[in-house]
Design a protein around this ligand. Structure first.
Ligand code: 5AD
Ligand code: SF4
Length: 466
C-alpha cells in the first residue's frame, strides 16, 4: 500500500453549508487514497444524516479527523492536534456554542480507548471498518456518551452506507476512487497495516460494478480501484468462476463511458497472469503500475517477510513490460531496515538501476510498535539511514526526471481534470499519471484530448494541441 503523499483538506461535498440550522462538518483527511475515499463515504453518511460539509474549522460544529498510522509518531501528532482542538472547543463553550470532535481512521483503530483517556475533547473514536456506524455514534455522543467503535464487524460496512449522490460525485471530479479490497494478510515485518486495517476482504463483483456504473452515470471518466493489497482482490465472477483483479477490470472496461482504469497498491506476489494480460489487452487500463519492492537484497526481503526475491521481482517486471512495453513503474523503498548492510543497500541501488522507475516513494525505516521489526536486533544508525536515503533518492529523482524528459515531443492523450492555477489553463493527466498543463481552449473538463508535450519542469509537463 502507499501513502502516495496525499494529504487532502477536503470539503468532501461541494455544496458547502450556509444555512444556519444545519449541522456542519469539517473533514480533515491524512494519508493514502483509501482514506480520501473513506472520507468521501463518511461525508455521504453524514449528508444523509443532515450534515453539510464546510471547508473551515471555524464554520464547523463537528470536526472529523481521518487519521493515518503509517508514518512515524503518527499517534503523537494526532494527540497534539487534539490538544489544539481542545482549546478551540473551550473557546466555543465560552461563547455559548459547542464543538464535537470525531477521530476516524488507522490511529483511531490502533489507539481506541486510549484516545478517549488522553483527549477529553474527543466525542467519537471510529475505526476504518465501522464508519457506517458514524451517524449512530454521533447521536449517542450527543446524548453525552463518549463512543469507541473499533471492532472488525461481520457486516459489510459498504452495505450500511448510503450511495453517493450524483451531485456529490460530480463535485468530486471526473477521476474517482473506488475501494474494492481492504486489509492485508501479508504481514510485512515493518508494517502496521495488517493490525490497523485487519484481514483482507474483497468486495463482491456486483457491488463494485454497480458503484462504478453510478460513478460513470454521474460523469466520471476514470476510476482508480483501491485496496491495501488491491491485486489480492478475488471474488465470484458473473460467470460463476473465481475471478481475480484482471477479470474484474475486464468487466469494468465494458462500462460505456469509463475510459480509464487504474489500481493501487499491488504486491508483487499477487501479480497474476490474468492481470498482466489485462495490461496487454485493455486500452482502458492505464500503463502505470505502483509495485513496491522495498529492498533489492534477498536477505532483507526475507527478513521483511516480503515472500519473494529480488530476481523474482525483476523477472516479474520483465513479464509486465513484455505485455505492455510503455508501462511506467513506481515503487516504495525502505532504507535502513534492521540488519541492512552496505552490500544489502547496494543491492537495492542495483535493482533500481535495473528496473528504472518513473516515480517512487522512499523512506527511512522507523519502528512501528507492535510489529516484528520493532523487536529486531541490528537496528541501523540514523546517520547511516540518512546517508543511504539521500543516495537512493538522488538516483530515483534522476530516473523520474529522465522519464519526464523522455515524454518531450510525444503526442499523448490527456484526461482534462481540473482548472489550472491560471484561469486560461486546465490540468490534465497523461496515461502515466503525470499532471500536464494545457491551454483551456483545448477542451472541457472530462474530455480526452490529444496533445503534444512541449516543456517540462520538475513536477509538471506543459503541452499544446497535437
Ligand atoms: N518504516 C518506514 N517505511 C515504512 N513503510 C511502511 N512501514 C514503514 C516503516 N515502519 C513504507 C513502505 C510502504 C509505504 C506505504 O510506507 O514502503 O510501502
Ligand atoms: Fe503493509 Fe506489506 Fe500489507 Fe503492504 S503488503 S500493507 S507493506 S503488510
Amino acid at each position: 500500500m502507499t501513502e502516495a503523499t496525499l494529504t487532502t483538506e477536503s470539503a468532501v461535498l461541494a455544496d458547502a453549508a450556509t444555512r444556519t440550522n444545519t449541522r456542519k462538518v469539517f473533514i480533515k483527511t491524512y494519508g493514502c487514497q483509501m482514506n480520501v475515499y473513506d472520507s468521501e463515504r463518511m461525508g455521504d453518511a453524514l449528508t444523509s444524516d443532515g450534515y453539510q460539509a464546510v471547508d473551515t474549522v471555524e464554520a464547523a460544529d463537528l470536526i472529523l479527523i481521518n487519521t493515518c498510522h503509517i508514518r512515524e509518531k503518527a499517534a503523537e501528532k494526532v494527540y497534539s492536534q487534539l490538544g489544539r482542538l481542545a482549546k478551540l472547543k473551550k473557546q466555543r463553550n465560552a461563547e455559548g456554542g459547542d464543538l464535537m470532535v470525531a477521530v476516524a481512521g488507522c490511529v483511531a483503530q490502533a489507539e481506541g480507548q486510549e484516545i478517549i483517556r488522553r483527549a477529553p475533547v474527543v466525542d467519537v473514536v471510529i475505526g476504518p471498518q465501522t464508519y457506517h456506524r458514524l451517524p449512530q455514534a454521533l447521536a449517542r455522543a450527543r446524548q453525552g456518551e463518549r463512543v469507541v467503535e473499533t471492532d472488525f464487524p461481520a457486516e459489510d460496512k459498504f452495505d450500511g452506507l448510503p450511495n453517493t449522490s450524483p451531485r456529490a460525485i460530480r463535485a468530486r471530479g471526473v477521476a474517482a476512487f473506488l475501494t474494492v479490497q481492504e486489509g492485508c494478510d501479508k504481514f510485512c515485518t515493518f508494517c502496521v497495516v495488517p493490525y490497523t486495517r485487519g484481514a483482507e476482504v474483497s468486495r463482491p463483483v456486483d457491488r463494485i460494478v454497480q458503484e462504478a456504473q453510478r460513478l460513470v452515470d454521474a460523469g466520471v471518466r476514470e476510476i482508480t480501484l483501491l485496496g491495501q493489497n488491491v491485486n489480492a482482490w478475488h471474488g465470484k465472477g458473473i460467470d460463476g468462476r473465481e475471478w481475480g483483479l484482471g477479470e474484474l477490470i475486464r468487466r469494468l472496461a465494458e462500462i460505456d463511458g469509463l475510459v480509464r482504469i487504474r489500481y493501487t497498491t499491488s504486491h508483487p506476489r499477487d501479480m497474476d497472469d490474468s492481470l498482466i494480460a489485462a495490461h496487454r489487452d485493455l486500452p482502458e487500463l492505464m500503463p502505470y503500475l505502483h509495485l513496491p519492492v522495498q529492498s533489492g537484497s534477498d536477505a532483507i526481503l526475507k527478513s521483511m517477510n516480503r515472500r519473494h526475491t529480488a530476481e523474482e521481482y525483476v523477472r516479474l517486471v520483465e513479464r509486465i513490460r513484455a505485455a505492455r512495453p510503455d508501462i511506467a513503474l513506481s515503487g516504495d523503498f525502505i532504507v535502513g531496515f534492521p540488519g541492512e548492510t552496505d552490500a544489502d543497500f547496494e543491492a537495492t541501488m542495483d535493482l533500481i538501476r535495473e528496473v528504472n522507475y518513473a516515480a517512487a516513494f522512499s523512506f527511512k525505516y522507523s519502528i512501528r510498535p507492535g510489529t516484528p521489526g520493532a523487536g529486531m536486533e541490528d537496528q541501523v544508525a540514523e546517520s547511516v539511514k540518512t546517508e543511504r536515503l539521500a543516495r537512493l533518492q538522488a538516483l530515483l529523482s534522476e530516473q523520474t526526471r529522465a522519464f519526464g524528459r523522455q515524454c518531450m515531443g510525444k503526442t499523448v492523450d490527456l484526461l482534462l481534470e481540473k482548472p489550472g492555477r491560471n484561469t486560461d489553463q486546465l490540468i490534465g493527466r497523461s496515461p502515466w499519471l503525470q499532471p500536464v498543463i494545457v491551454d483551456a481552449k483545448v477542451g472541457k473538463i472530462g474530455d480526452i484530448v490529444s496533445v503534444r508535450i512541449t516543456e517540462t519542469d520538475s513536477s509538471s509537463l506543459f503541452a499544446e494541441p497535437a
